[in-house]
Ligand binder design. Structure first.
Ligand code: PEP
Length: 252
């Protein structure tokens, strides 16, 4: 069984006052090998302060995207080395909101993942289908295509995390059923083993999409679910920690 990862994605939420949440989570999580790993992906403006607030604890801090280049004339963008220097250990790449609102393609996501790895960050590569793709029976085809493109060029031994996030479940309160989650996660696992061999077993596959303290108890034990990527419910320490505690109970 892989060590679970409970990861929060604050999206474009968080001002300095919200660093209290980082401190509260940091104070409550354990670094024991038997406990799940925890991560909060905060806005870039809060990264270094969040890293300070989490210092000395088991809580890791991450970014929400990075540019595919390490530096250059890309106004407004942030590179992987910048995130790393600010205190990030992880970075989300290919989140559906980046794919939809910023036109990030599988090719771009693959380049971002490579740049993250090259800078010592662990990328969390997101994939997932739209509601139309699900209702027309295209889910596995679409996910396979995204996996193929977004993981292009990755070596078997590199550390990365995969997140399955059906678009229709993100921020909607509509959660995938445990059968739907198991089907896709088992499929992703087989893809990873086919692509990377044995190391594909230890790539963690997170579920994301309206995960909350109420449904975590059903979702986290599902086959090949190695944790969660949590948006809304990561903004309050109590909610995030309730999901973490559910994962602790499963891990132990
Ligand atoms: C996300 O942003 O990755 C996400 C899953 O959001 P939410 O938990 O709010 O659906």
């Amino acid at each position: 069984m892989n060590r679970k990862l409970i990861a929060g994605n604050w999206k474009m939420n968080g001002l300095r006052a919200d660093l209290q949440t980082v401190g509260d989570v940091a104070a409550a999580v354990s670094g024991a090998a038997a406990a799940p790993e925890t991560l909060l992906c905060v806005p870039a403006t809060l990264l270094s302060q969040a890293a300070l607030a989490a210092e000395g604890s088991a809580l890791r801090i991450g970014g929400q995207t990075c540019h595919s280049q390490q530096k250059g004339a890309f106004t407004g963008d942030i590179s992987a080395p910048m995130l790393k220097e600010a205190g990030a250990a992880y970075v989300i790449v290919g989140h559906s909101e980046r794919r939809t609102f910023h036109g990030e393609t599988d090719e771009i996501v693959a380049a971002q993942a490579q740049s993250a790895i090259g800078s010592g960050l662990v990328p969390i590569v997101c994939v997932g289908e739209t509601p139309e793709e699900r209702s027309s029976g295209q889910t596995l085809t679409v996910v396979a295509e995204q996996l193929k493109g977004s993981l292009a060029g990755l070596e078997p031994a590199t550390a990365f995390v995969l997140a399955y996030e059906p678009l229709w479940a993100i921020g909607t309160g509509k959660v995938a059923t445990t059968a739907q989650i198991a089907e896709v996660h088992d499929f992703v696992r087989q893809f990873l083993i086919g692509r990377f061999g044995e190391p594909g077993q230890s790539v963690r596959i997170l579920y994301g999409g309206s995960l909350n303290p109420g449904n975590a108890v059903e979702i986290l034990p599902v086959s090949n679910v190695d944790g969660g990527l949590i948006g809304g419910a990561s903004l309050k320490a109590a909610d995030f920690l309730a999901i973490y505690n559910t994962a602790c109970a499963l891990q132990g």
